[in-house]
Design a protein around this ligand. Structure first.
Ligand code: PEP
Length: 250
């Protein structure tokens, strides 16, 4: 059975003290839940977050990894470094990485492959831009993003993967895909996985929705059959909003 997940992507926000305070608030609020909760603070604070959450059921996730094992890559962070501080999962393919750092499908596949090689879990993000939706090519764009990356993996890799559908036009804009729009893409993706691999893999992979999820719309979005949770940006920076969103997935 696939997992229900709510993951918070804190992006390049929060000082050390703000990170510690936010985690303390989450620890108090989240409590026992059948939802898998994940947070992705920025690199300098990952170790602090891991230590703070030692006895708590909230997993710390990296926002990015380098596609090389180690070496002369100034300013970059390797999987080994992350694993050595107790971080076993990473986002890959967030639209901000694609747009601002020119990460294309080829590089993203390299990142996925090295992550899997070193036994790291991957939350792989994909989603169309506004122009794609306006020209009605969103299904085709999503299919191509997946065909160039995760669809090239072998079937054994899928238990280390979570997918996150994040329409770019809904990220940080306040505009959300409707629950039906999210469901339509999630169902399409699940069917595509089933055709390419099998029903088991398709039914066991969690597919999250991301794009301006808030306490006010989370229940409706998470109620859809193929939506297994959310990847949350802005609202994850507020402990009570994030907690409400987690509860909306219970
Ligand atoms: C994100 O960045 O992954 C995201 C979904 O952001 P927001 O919730 O702010 O739209």
């Amino acid at each position: 059975m696939r997992k229900k997940i709510v993951a918070g992507n804190w992006k390049m926000n929060n000082s050390l003290n703000e990170t510690i305070n936010l985690i303390n608030n989450l620890k108090q609020n989240v409590g026992r839940t059948d939802v898998k909760v994940m947070i992705a603070p920025s690199f300098p604070f990952l170790k602090t977050a891991v230590d703070q959450l030692k006895d708590v059921n909230i997993e710390v996730v990296a926002q990015n990894i380098n596609d090389n094992k180690s070496g002369a890559f100034t300013g970059e962070v390797s999987i080994d470094m992350l694993k050595s501080i107790g971080v076993d999962s990473t986002l890959i393919g967030h639209s901000e990485r694609r747009a601002y750092y020119y990460e294309d499908d080829e590089l993203l596949l390299k990142k996925i492959n090295i992550a899997l090689e070193f036994n790291m879990n991957v939350i792989f993000c994909f989603g169309e831009e506004l122009k794609d939706r306006k020209s009605n090519s969103h299904f085709q764009v999503v299919k191509s993003q997946l065909d160039n990356t995760v669809m090239k993996l072998d079937s054994k890799s899928w238990n280390k993967l979570v997918l996150a559908y994040e329409p770019v036009w809904a990220i940080g804009t306040g505009e959300t895909a409707s629950a039906d729009q999210a469901q339509e893409i999630h169902e399409f993706v699940r069917n595509h996985i089933s055709e390419k691999f099998n029903n088991d893999i398709a039914n066991n992979v969690s597919i999250l929705y991301g794009g301006s999820v808030k306490p006010s719309n989370a229940v409706e979005i998470f109620s859809k059959n193929d939506v297994d949770g959310g990847l949350i940006g802005g609202a994850a920076l507020n402990a009570s909003d994030f907690t409400e969103i987690i509860k909306a997935n219970s």
